[in-house]
Design a binder for this molecule. Structure first.
Ligand code: GUN
Length: 291
């Protein structure tokens, strides 16, 4: 069997086209969606992510504002900017790229962002709403995974889902969204005793470990849906050394899985797409007079 490829690039293109139409409709009513992006420090990967987010906004007709701070920035300066953006009616989303330099209290920064403009879904109140099944901004990567499952016609209700990774950005909200959708969810992590025993039971396996090729074919149930959130490089000595790869050994896994996301071109583009979706949704709520 060769797995069906769940193409995140194609789904992103379709959804971004729809979002561009919605952004244009809002703009025509004088309510163009606007996203403010704050980048602090000199993390090279963060700079690339932010550049991609800003470019995607421009392409979808979402106004973007970018604010850069040096590695030794004072937290008070960034908090003052967030307060200013919270009060600006032309800004519907505020994103602070993580990680922040060590002098910052990350939690305090995330909670300074207005809940109504928290398009990353990282504010404790949005996390609480998600956990209670209330409407909220969902974190973009797990939200993008749910869209891949939905548009890929992968049944979630009643399935056994296994999430590998327990981060606040991916693993924990992923588990909550799958639970909300009716899956029976197991969360595995670095302290899990027998990872393969869990992954082999999964109808839906979501992997967010941050370790190249950590999931091999023998860890996958035949016919399972495999979602690879990893973004790594093939290690030295590998025939594809230096090229992008996920946490799953794609070439081996596609012979066992029923459906699988590639890296690149799977979950990655969906993260930015859901950021655009949350920003357009926030602008729509603001135009309608609030939440
Ligand atoms: N760092 C890694 N992923 C993310 C993300 O989705 N949003 C933000 N703000 N920072 C990140």
């Amino acid at each position: 069997m060769t797995a069906r490829i769940l193409d995140g690039n194609a789904l992103s293109a379709k959804l971004r086209g729809e979002l561009a139409t919605q952004a244009a409709e809002l703009a025509a009513r004088g309510a163009q969606p606007g996203l403010a992006v704050i980048l602090v420090g000199d993390n090279a990967a963060s700079a690339v992510y932010v550049r991609n987010k800003v470019a995607a906004c421009e392409k979808a007709g979402i106004r973007s504002l970018k604010f850069d701070y040096p590695q030794d920035a004072r937290p008070a300066a960034v908090l003052a900017k967030i307060a200013e953006l919270n009060a600006d009616p032309a800004v519907h989303g505020i994103l602070v790229q993580l990680p922040l330099p060590p002098q910052f209290d990350e939690k305090a920064v995330l909670e300074a962002i207005s809940v109504d403009k928290d398009v990353d879904g990282f504010h404790a109140e949005n996390v609480g709403r998600l956990s209670q099944g209330q409407p909220a901004f969902f974190p973009c990567t797990p939200h993008g995974v749910m869209k891949i499952l939905e548009y890929g016609d992968i049944p979630v209700t009643g399935s056994d889902a296994v999430v590998v990774g327990r981060s606040n950005i991916v693993g924990k909200p992923m588990a909550m969204l799958l639970t909300q959708a009716g899956a029976t969810v197991t969360v595995c992590h670095s302290k899990t005793r027998d990872l393969a025993a869990h992954t082999r039971r999964a109808d839906i396996l979501v992997v967010a470990m941050g370790r190249a090729l950590a999931i091999g074919a023998e860890m996958i149930k035949p016919g399972a849906t495999v979602i690879d959130v990893g973004m790594n490089r093939f290690p030295d000595g590998h025939p594809k050394a230096g090229k992008l790869c996920g946490d799953v050994d794609f070439d081996a896994a596609k012979a066992v899985a029923g459906a699988i996301t590639p890296v690149p071109g799977g979950v990655g583009p969906m993260t930015i797409t859901m950021l655009l979706a949350n920003t357009v949704e926030s602008a729509r709520r603001a135009a309608a007079g609030g939440r």
